[in-house]
Design a protein around this ligand. Sequence first.
Ligand code: PHE
Length: 335
Amino acid sequence: MDFKQLLTQAQNDLKQVSCEAELESWRIKYLGRKSGLASFFKTLKDLSDELKKRQGQQANEVRQQLQEWYQKASQQFSNSSTVSILDYTRPGKKITQGHLHPLTLSLRKIIKSFEKLGFLVVEGPEIETEYYHFDALRIFPDHPARDMWNTFWLDSKNKTPSARKTKKDEEKLLLRAHTSPVQIRYMEQHIPPLRIISPGRCFRYEATDATHNFQFYQVEGLMVDEHITLAGFKSLITMALKSILGDNILLRFRPSYFPFVTPGIEVDVKIAGKWIELLGAGMVHPDLFKVVGYENNKWQGFAFGLGVERFAMLNFKVDDIRLFYSSDVRFLEQF
Ligand code: PHE
């Protein structure tokens, strides 16, 4: 084998190499498993001892030389960074950007418009006791009104005895079916005047359809002061709803019943010729003030509870509540 010629040829070829891919072809040609040099090494064993020694040594030197060149060249390419291998014609990788869930967007909008009216955001537990959820709100054990909230009861035996400190703690536990218990919890800890909203998740044991789900979000509202009237509530909620749904909405106030308010009302909005219920509300029942230990006859208040999904369905023109919980990316990508 003519080593000299091999080296000259390799050197000339290397001069033509202008990118990493070409260098790789060069490496395969001169140093690869099928290169002339490699086949020469394979024939080495058939030679006489003396020839084997001499030619083998030469071949080794040639290989070393080639490897040295190769290393130098590849270093050059990596030093001159990727410029020579950057293919400007390749399509780029699209960066996907995350965004907020439509329910989060609606919830934030609702919260913002009440914050503008001076309401403070507070939170309550999703697991409630029978006391806060029912009794303190005048929904007594055999009261037919308990049927209004189809309840998920929890196995309260899971509570360790040491965690049960007071009578209230011995109550049965449940997943809250509305956010109204927060009214009691907050009033127990604060003296009026107060103005709060409490957003949160609720759960009801019911069959799902396009407008009902077993989990949903509510925003509870409560305002207590010395001169609160139903007329005051009407004007405040009108203001809030207009800032959420738009100035041109038509509202309707209907008498209704909830054990913890008197009188109780419901508020509807007219959309495309149909009245759609938006929230339950009313003047806080005086018994609630008694339960939390407020001074007699000093305070009045109003409370309301609105369903966040309703607003999201109206805002985004979605006709099935279950879509919000489907985690279907084709649906979520639209917001
Ligand atoms: N908690 C009631 C419900 O979930 C709504 C409501 C809240 C009604 C506050 C009156 C006052 O149906």
